[in-house]
Ligand binder design. Sequence first.
Ligand code: ADP
Ligand code: MG
Length: 693
Amino acid sequence: MLTLKTKVNEINKVGMAIAGRLRRLNIKTVEDVLMHLPFRYDDFSNTAKIDELIAGEPATIKGVIELMSSRRARNRKLTITEALITDDTGSIKVIWFNQPYLSKMFNKGDEIILAGKVSGELLAQQMNNPSYEKVKEITTHTGRLVPIYSTTEKLTQKQIRFIAQSCLPALDNLSDWLPDTIKEENDLIDLAEAIKQIHFPENEEALKIAQNRLQFDEIFLLQLQQQLVKNALNENNSPIIKFKQDEIKEFVKSLPFTLTPDQKKAGWEIIQNMDGKNPMNRLLDGDVGSGKTVVAILAAYSAMINNFQVALMAPTTILAQQHIQTIKKLLPNNKFSYCLLTLKDALLYKGNKITELKKKELIEIIKEGKVNLIIGTHALIQKTVEYNNLGLVIIDEQHRFGVDQRKALRDKSGDPKTMPHFLSMTATPIPRTLALALYGDLDISLIKTMPSGRQKIITEIIPPIDRTKSYEFINEQIRNGRQVFVICPLIDPSDKLGVKSVTEEFAHLNDEVFPHLSIGLLHGKLKPEEKTNIMEDFKNNIIQILVSTSVVEVGVDIPNATVMMIEGAERFGLAQMHQFRGRVGRGEHQSYCYLFTDSDTPKTISRLKALVDNYNGFALAERDLKFRGGGNIYGTDQSGFGNQFIVNALQNIALLKKAQTAAQDILKTNPKLTKFPKLKKKMDKIMDRMHME
Ligand code: ADP
Ligand code: MG
């Protein structure tokens, strides 16, 4: 009998060869097949008439086979199957390559449904390699919405569909882990029924109801997970960092500028949060340039005047060095010492003195508590580093700190009985709904407004015909001593680090457009020191134009750069481009952001226009979420949640709220989920997986 655990090769008609192909999709058991969900559906209920077909557009037609035959092409490597399909309005020629069995499968007079792109001229239209269904098959077991799955080489949609169909009986003994009360309260169908309908929906409505159930599941589980993490964290004691109001106020007064209201609010939230026995777990979210660093320093200051050590971790050496520069400016002289620890730096700053040390020596000083603030890269969490009375850890440009990384830091904090407070900072504006869903375990402080006096960066969409004019403008800027960023999109998805596209652009600019200038190239394959050197050169204006991929960290402060050129702008998310834009306009000079695009579709232009008209990262992120789904806010590579159901569910705010409430309610009445053994088992698995990652 077929069960969920049955291996795929034991399914009727599935041999070792197909099982091997399924394994490439990570499908090993019947359960895996059932959980391999379609990512879209072909709607065969909406067929077009043959005389209405438009060349270049996809269509689905329904007709009768008039002729069908296969032959070998002249080079004999190719078989061509030709058919003529007729409906009551006309006929069309259809061609398939290398599918000779088709002419045996179908007979003259069979009714067939075809879906594919129409090509050719008005009077000689044809369809090449369309997907096909016999009309009889469709109505018996696939309904009219036909599932389309992600697949692999030599595994057809038909085969996957057949295998999925064969696995359906195993759903009879699938136990639904979602408690009945929750299902009733939220109008959700059973899991088995939902999975069945997702694969073979009876109609549009049934599909929606099924998707609703699975989306609810994703969010509900995510919420539970976050709540459980939060509860577990709160079982730890943390160092109590007293809010010494007078001293904090004095420090704020000593700053070279007045804090914005949002900065003040965020600072206060953080400092108050640390004055409690539960560890802080907070995200500070604010646009590029909104002034997060000073808020972090404020938090660090509060910890240091309470005699706690503080660690600040940046994703790159360049950013760590930049933090040192800021701290030099803002921290009162002679009061606290700080140091820089990266793979190659070990520097101690005390009073006006900078001492270069051996790494070992610096690590010893940190351990003995002879330095107050430790700034660095991932070197800060390497094995050999131990802290002394560590009270606060600040992480720049990382949304979340892993539970296990956090434990590791607790163990080396100098007092393993207490868990240091955590503050992470991000410049990715996260819309509120998304933040609630994805970061339920974090408290969030927002900086929504910029310090006053910031210039508006003039943003323009540049169509191909204006390209030359823009190049002239760039030349002029550089003649006036300014510098330019060029960001290139990934053109070829297999080129994950963007080496190819960026190299081509670099060659083009270097050889043809700006041969008289010095141009730098930055991409993901470079070694860290190569990157550092190029950034150094750019910072020192030895390089005038920096060509870079988006995957490369551009989180650097180059006040002299005034032009941000974004190639292939239609390929980026708005929030992401807004971040690129934030790289210029950091100095005294008027700055510009040029969105180069070859696309002139109204959709693209209206989307890019949003960037021209809008300078608020949060608003742009909301717009991204609405139009493109959450994954794109971070650029598809970094989304971290590839699950299409989550992405869609995030756009369904009503569902989001329901799932959130359900998760909170169930934990309120039964914090360890002991009354819901099936759900508990499911959660235990999820928590285990989380710890493995
Ligand atoms: P980000 O949020 O991107 O990390 P930074 O903290 O680097 O931004 O701040 C950007 C710049 O703005 C820094 O040069 C900083 O000194 C300055 N800055 C921060 N807050 C204010 C303020 N309230 N008024 C004026 N300038 C400020
Ligand atoms: Mg910053």
